[in-house]
Design a protein around this ligand. Structure first.
Ligand code: ASP
Length: 310
């Protein structure tokens, strides 16, 4: 094997408050994270690429109703589900992203198809759906995305101007954006992120998750990053790229750069959340400034770590 490989995943920084977490729920979250981590790790172990590993891990999380992505996506103000996703690889800096898509089971795969099968980086709304059609995607009906708890979450604020972000200080904040970052045995890194956004969102609101440089970024020279948190602040802070810049231009280590962005720069503008990051040597950083972040990581030879709180 050429070199160290590693993978990290997250299921959002919008964890249940510690007091609301039951042993049963904790087990369910941890099992879902474990499954996603195992799927991604197995690909790296078999000398697969980091792009394959992050896509596969995110697909597992998208298929779980526990997280705010794919099947578990939250309700918009219109009672629909609008999803965003992005993927980027660090060798050639290729990227693909989709936004405001509906009915797609695995948005991360559509983002990958944008990267590999279109001339573009970012497709949104109806156009993205037309592209999905050309790629043979089947649409899921509304029932596939229906979840009773999430429906109640929407009913609580429906008709108001409020929107519900998925993070810890907010009520009912149990669902989170998902993401994965990986470094493969060839030293190539990649990042993928997928989300249903915010409950009761309207006006075509798009968060940081599908925006290259804000919620998702990868560059072999520096790091691969997937973010979760209050998207508006992550966009303004250009968070994922900021971690990369601190490494590239200020020679900070992955740990130091990630911590500086999440624990200083993001807080200075009022943003809360966290991120997962790897560099091309297989190092991992997972800082967050919320009460918890659903997360997991594994380096080659090491054992898997699955955590929710600090
Ligand atoms: N960052 C996501 C967004 O703003 C939300 C999340 O991380 O849960 O759309």
């Amino acid at each position: 094997m050429a070199q160290n490989f590693s993978i990290a995943i997250h299921g959002g920084a919008g964890t249940l408050l510690k007091g609301q977490m039951t042993a049963e729920k904790e087990t369910a979250y941890k099992n879902a994270l474990q499954l996603a981590l195992d799927v991604g790790y197995a690909i790296l172990e078999n000398e697969g690429t980091s792009v394959d590993a992050v896509e596969a891990a995110v697909r597992v999380l998208e298929d779980s109703p526990l997280f705010n992505a794919g099947k578990g996506s939250v309700f918009t103000a219109e009672g629909t589900h609008e999803m965003d996703a992005a993927i980027m690889e660090g060798k050639h800096l290729k990227a693909g992203a989709v936004s405001l898509i509906t009915g797609i089971k695995n948005p991360v795969s559509l983002a990958r198809d944008v990267m590999e099968k279109s001339e573009h980086v970012f497709l949104a709304g109806e156009g993205a759906m037309q592209f999905a059609q050309t790629q043979g995607y089947e649409l899921q009906d509304k029932a596939y995305f229906y979840d009773e708890l999430r429906y109640q979450q929407w009913q609580d604020i429906k008709g108001s101007d409020a929107f519900q972000l998925d993070h810890s200080v907010k009520k009912n904040s149990k669902f989170g954006t998902v993401g994965a970052v990986a470094c493969d045995a060839f030293g190539n890194i990649a990042a993928a992120t997928s989300t249903g956004g915010m409950t009761n969102k309207k006006w075509g609101r798009v968060g940081d998750s599908p925006m290259i440089g804000a919620g998702n970024y990868a560059n072999n020279k520096t790091c691969a990053v997937s973010c979760t948190g209050s998207g508006e602040y992550f966009i303004r802070g250009v968070v994922a790229y900021d971690v990369s810049c601190l490494m590239e231009y200020k020679n900070l280590s992955l740990q130091d750069a990630a911590a500086k962005v999440v624990k200083e720069r993001l807080l200075e503008i009022g943003g809360d959340g966290g991120l997962i990051a790897v560099d091309a040597k297989g190092n991992i950083a997972m800082p967050f400034n919320t009460e918890g972040m659903y997360r997991g990581s594994r380096k080659n030879g090491g054992s898997a770590e699955i955590k929710i709180y600090k």
